[in-house]
Design a protein around this ligand. Structure first.
Ligand SMILES: *Cc1c(COP(=O)(O)O)cnc(C)c1O
Length: 475
């Protein structure tokens, strides 16, 4: 594939689609974030006093921009009238107001558990704009999805057998498909690569006899109308993602050729567009990816196939910021350490796999203003009681002092919405913000900070006596 995804989207996204990859867009996003941090302190969301020691902030303007860029990118490469469903992978930000905001921008939902389906429904996403994928769907989940008319992608032959039974016993409006693993290989983060030879997802297409099995499975079941591929998330080169899409397109053509009709009418190309965590710029952009896909697989875009996409991280990551107060500073072995309130509970992947998930850190002063000063190599630590609880190690930043704030950038997906309850640390409040040109900022609650009473309740507080001697005697 000849398309250039670039490493900085700057200036490569002319004409078609959108300008989401430019420095100007990145600069405006950074300015909105700075205004929001300042306002979070001024308006008392962030301590001292009644404010919290750590909050998550979401840039509503930026989220809308990304949703629009996604829609524009695919509209620019598809034949007029092509049905395209962009389904947000709810796991990337399982917050009802976020799913709702995206739905207001015309983005549906991709769900992979009863909880995610319930969130999507609570957000008002209709069944016909919802897709259920998961490797372990129970019969009850499948029955509910089919009763609601939600699209389902079967992961494996056993699941297809369950669908055989369910489609025999009741009519359904659900579009049904099979997920295949094109086995095109992984990327830089092994845990997130779903198209390796031995991945647990989908039907492994290059295994002996598998391709013929999929074709037969389709020909035997006229109700199978979709094929699904998701080659992985962060770390998979987009060219490899396009290879996976090309493999599934070829399979759809084979099924339809042998069926003598257009049985497979929709290809679900999954999500997985990587996010640039190294700088402010959005790269690659949806426009670049959509154009590269069209170049690699032109037949998929000529109007014969509907499309489903399932992007998650790329819609949200750059629009979220964790801001934490610096509680103490110290020095150890000659290295300055800032002890903050953001660590493993809000940045789990970064703390446990720092090489795969480095985050940019921004320094703000006590009033929430960008901190000036010569860079000093320091560690930015979290509040949890283990040595590896570090947001950043040996990072050059203006020297953080007690009462300052440290912000972990690009944390809008798979970070503060994915709380990890180590040390019974509370889930921080999450606030959406709108910043106007004049720098005035308004906040809305997305999720309240978790009160200590809730921590106790979720820790079995109502069952305090259940293991005591008296409890066993009574029952
Ligand atoms: C996680 C996942 C996605 C979203 O991946 P991103 O990297 O967040 O875009 C889409 N589809 C499936 C099946 C997934 O498991």
């Amino acid at each position: 594939m000849s398309a250039d995804f670039g490493t900085t989207g700057n200036g490569t996204d002319r004409g078609e689609g959108t300008d989401e990859g430019t420095d100007a867009v990145a600069g405006r996003r950074a300015a909105r974030r700075d205004a929001a941090v300042r306002a979070a302190v001024a308006q008392g969301l962030l301590g001292p006093g009644p404010g919290a020691p750590v909050v998550g902030l979401l840039d509503v303007t930026g989220i809308r921009e990304s949703a629009r860029a996604l829609r524009a990118a695919f509209a620019a490469v598809t034949a007029p009238g092509t049905p395209v469903l962009h389904a947000f992978a709810v796991k990337a930000s399982p917050l009802v107001p976020v799913v709702r905001l995206l739905w207001e921008e015309g983005i549906g939902a991709e769900v992979a558990s009863p909880g995610e389906l319930a969130l999507a429904r609570a957000a008002g996403v209709p069944a016909e704009r919802t897709v259920l994928d998961s490797p372990a769907k129970t019969p009850e989940e499948l029955r509910e999805a089919l009763a609601l008319g939600i699209a389902v992608n079967a992961d494996n032959p056993q699941e297809l057998e369950r669908l055989d039974g369910l489609t025999r016993s009741a009519r359904t409006a659900s579009p049904l498909g099979i997920r295949v693993n094109p086995q095109v290989g992984g990327g830089s983060i092994e845990a997130l690569a779903t198209a390796t030879a031995t991945s647990k997802f989908g039907v492994a297409l290059r295994d002996e006899g598998a391709r013929e099995w999929v074709v037969r499975a389709c020909l035997d079941r006229p109700w199978l109308t979709r094929l699904h591929v998701h080659t992985g998330s962060q770390g998979i080169p987009p060219a490899r993602m396009a290879e996976g899409v090309a493999a599934v397109y070829a399979l759809a053509e084979e099924v339809n050729g042998r069926a003598g009709r257009r049985q497979v009418d929709t290809v679900d190309i999954g999500g997985g567009l990587p996010v640039n965590f190294a700088s402010e710029v959005t790269a690659p952009t949806y426009g670049q990816y959509a154009r590269a896909l069209r170049e690699a697989v032109p037949g998929l875009f000529d109007g014969r196939y509907g499309l489903v996409t399932e992007f998650g991280r790329s819609l949200l990551a750059k629009h979220g910021t964790v801001v934490a107060r610096v509680e103490y500073t110290k020095s150890a072995g000659g290295r300055p350490v800032a002890v903050t309130h953001a660590g493993v509970q809000v940045a789990t992947r970064t703390v446990y796999a720092p090489r795969s998930w480095p985050l940019r850190i921004a320094a703000y002063d006590g009033a929430g203003r960008p901190k000036e000063g010569p860079p000093v190599v320091q560690d930015v630590a979290g509040p949890a009681c283990f040595a590896g609880d570090l947001l950043a190690t040996g990072r050059a930043l203006p020297r953080l002092e007690q009462g300052d704030h440290a912000a972990a950038l690009d944390t809008g997906a798979y970070y503060f919405a994915h709380h990890y309850a180590y040390n019974s640390l509370a889930r921080p409040g999450v606030y959406g913000f709108l910043a106007d040109e004049a720098g005035s900022v308004r906040f809305r609650v997305v999720r309240e900070a978790q009160p200590v009473e809730e921590i106790v309740a979720e820790a079995g507080g109502a069952h305090a006596e259940s293991l005591t001697r008296a409890s066993w005697v009574r029952r």
